[in-house]
Design a protein around this ligand. Sequence first.
Ligand SMILES: C=C(O[C@@H]1C=C(C(=O)O)C=C[C@H]1O)C(=O)O
Length: 113
Amino acid sequence: MKSNSEIKSFESENEARILLEESRKRIDEIDNALFDLISQRTSLAKDIALSKEYLGMPVYDENREKEVHRKIEKFAEDNNLDVDVIDQIVNLLTILNKNEQKEILRRNVNGQY
Ligand SMILES: C=C(O[C@@H]1C=C(C(=O)O)C=C[C@H]1O)C(=O)O
Protein backbone atom coordinates (compact mmCIF):
# COMPACT_ATOMS: atom_id res chain seq x y z
CA MET A 1 0.00 0.00 0.00
CA LYS A 2 1.43 3.36 -0.99
CA SER A 3 1.44 5.94 1.78
CA ASN A 4 -0.44 9.09 0.92
CA SER A 5 2.09 11.25 2.68
CA GLU A 6 2.84 13.39 -0.37
CA ILE A 7 1.95 17.04 0.32
CA LYS A 8 -1.46 17.82 -1.10
CA SER A 9 -2.29 21.37 -2.04
CA PHE A 10 -5.94 22.33 -2.21
CA GLU A 11 -7.31 25.18 -4.30
CA SER A 12 -10.22 25.77 -1.92
CA GLU A 13 -12.01 24.58 1.21
CA ASN A 14 -14.69 23.13 -1.03
CA GLU A 15 -12.20 20.94 -2.82
CA ALA A 16 -10.98 19.57 0.53
CA ARG A 17 -14.57 18.91 1.68
CA ILE A 18 -15.35 17.04 -1.56
CA LEU A 19 -12.23 14.91 -1.25
CA LEU A 20 -13.10 14.10 2.39
CA GLU A 21 -16.66 13.17 1.41
CA GLU A 22 -15.54 10.98 -1.50
CA SER A 23 -12.89 9.27 0.61
CA ARG A 24 -15.45 8.46 3.32
CA LYS A 25 -17.84 7.04 0.72
CA ARG A 26 -15.03 4.81 -0.52
CA ILE A 27 -14.28 3.73 3.07
CA ASP A 28 -17.95 2.77 3.52
CA GLU A 29 -17.81 0.67 0.33
CA ILE A 30 -14.60 -1.01 1.44
CA ASP A 31 -16.03 -1.69 4.93
CA ASN A 32 -19.05 -3.37 3.32
CA ALA A 33 -16.76 -5.53 1.18
CA LEU A 34 -14.59 -6.37 4.21
CA PHE A 35 -17.57 -7.39 6.33
CA ASP A 36 -18.85 -9.54 3.50
CA LEU A 37 -15.44 -11.26 3.27
CA ILE A 38 -15.28 -11.71 7.05
CA SER A 39 -18.71 -13.28 6.94
CA GLN A 40 -17.62 -15.61 4.09
CA ARG A 41 -14.44 -16.56 5.99
CA THR A 42 -16.38 -17.31 9.16
CA SER A 43 -19.03 -19.33 7.37
CA LEU A 44 -16.34 -21.85 6.33
CA ALA A 45 -16.25 -22.84 10.02
CA LYS A 46 -19.07 -25.34 9.56
CA ASP A 47 -17.29 -27.50 6.95
CA ILE A 48 -14.00 -27.15 8.81
CA ALA A 49 -15.49 -28.10 12.21
CA LEU A 50 -17.39 -31.12 10.90
CA SER A 51 -14.35 -32.35 8.90
CA LYS A 52 -12.06 -31.98 11.91
CA GLU A 53 -14.53 -33.70 14.19
CA TYR A 54 -14.67 -36.67 11.80
CA LEU A 55 -10.85 -36.72 11.64
CA GLY A 56 -10.52 -36.40 15.43
CA MET A 57 -8.75 -33.05 15.16
CA PRO A 58 -9.21 -30.20 17.67
CA VAL A 59 -10.67 -26.82 16.70
CA TYR A 60 -7.42 -25.01 17.54
CA ASP A 61 -4.53 -25.77 15.18
CA GLU A 62 -1.39 -23.94 16.28
CA ASN A 63 0.66 -24.77 13.18
CA ARG A 64 -2.05 -23.60 10.81
CA GLU A 65 -2.46 -20.36 12.76
CA LYS A 66 1.31 -19.75 12.61
CA GLU A 67 1.12 -20.29 8.84
CA VAL A 68 -1.79 -17.83 8.52
CA HIS A 69 0.08 -15.25 10.61
CA ARG A 70 3.29 -15.67 8.58
CA LYS A 71 1.38 -15.16 5.32
CA ILE A 72 -0.37 -12.04 6.59
CA GLU A 73 2.76 -10.59 8.20
CA LYS A 74 4.55 -10.86 4.85
CA PHE A 75 1.62 -9.07 3.22
CA ALA A 76 1.75 -6.35 5.92
CA GLU A 77 5.49 -5.81 5.47
CA ASP A 78 5.24 -5.72 1.67
CA ASN A 79 2.44 -3.15 1.91
CA ASN A 80 3.94 -0.98 4.61
CA LEU A 81 1.21 -1.80 7.14
CA ASP A 82 1.78 -2.04 10.90
CA VAL A 83 2.51 -5.76 11.43
CA ASP A 84 1.33 -5.73 15.09
CA VAL A 85 -2.03 -4.23 14.18
CA ILE A 86 -2.48 -6.65 11.28
CA ASP A 87 -1.61 -9.51 13.65
CA GLN A 88 -4.35 -8.35 16.01
CA ILE A 89 -6.85 -8.33 13.15
CA VAL A 90 -5.85 -11.89 12.21
CA ASN A 91 -6.19 -12.93 15.87
CA LEU A 92 -9.75 -11.61 15.87
CA LEU A 93 -10.54 -13.41 12.60
CA THR A 94 -9.28 -16.71 14.01
CA ILE A 95 -11.26 -16.17 17.25
CA LEU A 96 -14.43 -15.57 15.21
CA ASN A 97 -13.80 -18.76 13.24
CA LYS A 98 -12.98 -20.90 16.30
CA ASN A 99 -16.01 -19.64 18.23
CA GLU A 100 -18.19 -20.46 15.25
CA GLN A 101 -16.65 -23.95 15.01
CA LYS A 102 -17.32 -24.55 18.71
CA GLU A 103 -20.91 -23.42 18.30
CA ILE A 104 -21.37 -25.74 15.29
CA LEU A 105 -19.94 -28.71 17.25
CA ARG A 106 -22.11 -27.89 20.26
CA ARG A 107 -25.20 -27.87 18.03
CA ASN A 108 -24.01 -31.07 16.34
CA VAL A 109 -23.85 -32.83 19.74
CA ASN A 110 -27.40 -31.68 20.38
CA GLY A 111 -28.45 -33.30 17.10
CA GLN A 112 -29.20 -30.09 15.26
CA TYR A 113 -27.27 -31.14 12.14
C1 LIG B 1 -10.00 -22.48 10.38
C2 LIG B 1 -9.30 -23.37 11.10
O1 LIG B 1 -9.44 -23.49 12.49
C3 LIG B 1 -8.80 -22.62 13.40
C4 LIG B 1 -8.90 -21.23 12.89
C5 LIG B 1 -7.97 -20.76 12.01
C6 LIG B 1 -8.24 -19.54 11.20
O2 LIG B 1 -9.25 -18.86 11.48
O3 LIG B 1 -7.47 -19.25 10.27
C7 LIG B 1 -6.75 -21.47 11.83
C8 LIG B 1 -6.46 -22.57 12.56
C9 LIG B 1 -7.37 -23.10 13.60
O4 LIG B 1 -6.91 -22.74 14.88
C10 LIG B 1 -8.36 -24.32 10.46
O5 LIG B 1 -7.89 -25.24 11.14
O6 LIG B 1 -8.07 -24.15 9.25
